[in-house]
Design a protein around this ligand. Structure first.
Ligand code: AVJ
Length: 332
C-alpha cells in the first residue's frame, strides 16, 4: 500500500509494473548489449551507465561548475518565466519526469504551479531516485509521488492510478534529449507522445547551438570533474558487470563535432590492453577510443521540425544570450 504520499516500489510491483523495474536479473541482457557495443568498429558504451550513485553525484557537481552553463541557465529560465510556464501547463497535470536525478528543477514547478495531480519521477538509478523521492515527500506532504525505477529509453508503462488529472505532461529537462541521435530522439519523443496521449504536454530543456569554444569548455572543466564522470563509467562496468578495466589506463576526451552538431565524449586507451567481459576478452589498441556520450545541440527551428508530426510548439523561453531554451509542446 502507498506509504504516506510516497507510493513505494513494492506497491508498484503489485501493480504488475515489474517490467519497468531494473532488477539484477536484467543483467544478462544488459551484458549482451555491452558486448555488442564493445565489438563495433568504433567501440561504445551507453551513457546511461554513467549514472550509478557515484556518477549521479558527479553529475550534480558538474551542474555547479562555472564552465557548465547548462543547469544554471535552465534554472534561471524556469525562475524568470514560471508564471507563463504555469499557465501553459495548466492545473491538475500529472507530471512525468524522465530521468529525474536529484529532482531539483521540479521544485520550481511545484512551488509555483497552482495544482499538480501527481508527480511521477522515472530514473534508472534506484537509490538516488528513492532518496530524492523521500526527500521530496517530506517537503511536499500533499503531493502524490509515484517513483518508477526504469530505463526510460526502453518501452515502459504508467501504472494504473486512481487519480484524476487534466492531462499528462512529460517533463524532460537538462537537455538530456541531446544524448539521442536525431532519429532516435524523434522516435523516443513519438513514443512519449503515444504513451501520454492526445492533448498531453511536453516541457523540455534544449541546449542551443552556439560557438564551439563555449561548448567544449563545458565538457572539459578545469577541476577535472567531467573527466572523473566519464571515467566512472568504467568503474561502474567493473562493479556491476565484472569487467576489469584499469581506470588509470584511460583518458577523458570531449570535443564538438561540427558536422553532426554534437559534443562527443570518449575514453582513450593510453596503451594497448585487453579487458575481460563475460568470458571473452576485448582488446584495445593504443589511442583507440570508447565513445561514451553524444550531446546534440539544436536550434529551436531544427527541434520543432524534428518532432512536428506529433508535437506542436506552444511556447519557448530562453536566456538573453540564447544559450538554452525551455519549450512547451502539445501532442497533436
Ligand atoms: C545530463 C545529458 C544533459 O550532455 O550535458 C555533462 C551529461 N556529460 N557533462 C550533457 C554530461 C558531460 C549532460 N546531460
Amino acid at each position: 500500500m502507498p506509504a504516506g504520499n510516497l507510493w513505494d516500489l513494492d506497491y508498484l510491483k503489485m501493480q504488475n509494473n515489474t517490467e519497468n523495474i531494473v532488477l539484477p536479473d536484467n543483467k544478462k541482457g544488459t551484458i549482451k548489449e555491452i558486448v555488442q557495443s564493445l565489438s563495433k568498429a568504433q567501440k561504445e558504451l551507453s551513457c546511461k551507465f554513467f549514472y550509478d550513485e557515484y556518477g549521479s553525484r558527479l553529475f550534480e557537481q558538474i551542474s555547479e561548475l562555472e564552465e557548465y552553463y547548462l543547469t544554471r541557465t535552465e534554472i534561471s529560465i524556469l525562475n524568470n518565466n514560471i508564471k507563463y510556464i504555469s499557465d501553459a501547463v495548466g492545473e491538475d497535470a500529472l507530471i512525468l519526469e524522465l530521468g529525474s536525478g536529484s529532482s531539483r528543477k521540479i521544485r520550481i514547478l511545484l512551488d509555483n504551479f497552482k495544482s499538480v495531480a501527481a508527480y511521477i519521477p522515472v530514473d534508472i538509478s534506484r537509490d538516488f531516485l528513492l532518496k530524492s523521492s523521500n526527500q521530496l515527500s517530506e517537503d511536499y506532504s500533499n503531493l502524490k509521488i509515484i517513483p518508477i525505477v526504469a530505463d526510460y529509453t526502453r518501452p515502459f508503462t504508467i501504472p494504473e492510478l486512481k487519480i484524476s488529472f487534466s492531462k499528462i505532461v512529460a517533463y524532460y529537462p537538462g537537455s538530456t534529449i541531446g544524448n539521442f541521435k536525431m532519429e532516435q530522439a524523434e522516435n523516443f519523443l513519438k513514443n512519449i507522445s503515444d504513451l501520454c496521449g492526445k492533448n498531453s504536454g511536453l516541457l523540455i530543456g534544449i541546449d542551443l547551438k552556439k560557438e564551439s569554444k563555449i561548448l567544449e569548455r563545458a565538457y572539459n572543466d578545469g577541476k577535472g570533474i567531467t573527466a572523473k564522470f566519464n571515467l566512472n563509467i568504467l568503474k561502474n562496468m567493473n562493479s556491476t558487470f565484472g569487467t576489469n578495466f584499469e581506470i588509470n589506463k584511460w583518458k577523458h576526451i570531449a570535443f564538438y563535432n561540427e558536422e553532426y552538431g554534437r559534443i562527443e565524449m570518449h575514453l582513450q586507451s593510453l596503451e594497448e590492453q585487453s579487458v575481460r567481459l563475460n568470458g571473452t576478452s576485448i582488446s584495445f589498441k593504443k589511442d583507440e577510443t570508447i565513445h561514451t556520450e553524444n550531446s546534440y545541440k539544436y536550434s529551436i527551428e531544427e527541434f520543432e521540425e524534428m518532432i512536428k508530426d506529433f508535437y506542436r510548439l506552444i511556447d519557448v523561453w530562453s536566456d538573453s544570450d540564447n544559450k538554452f531554451a525551455v519549450c512547451y509542446f502539445e501532442a497533436k
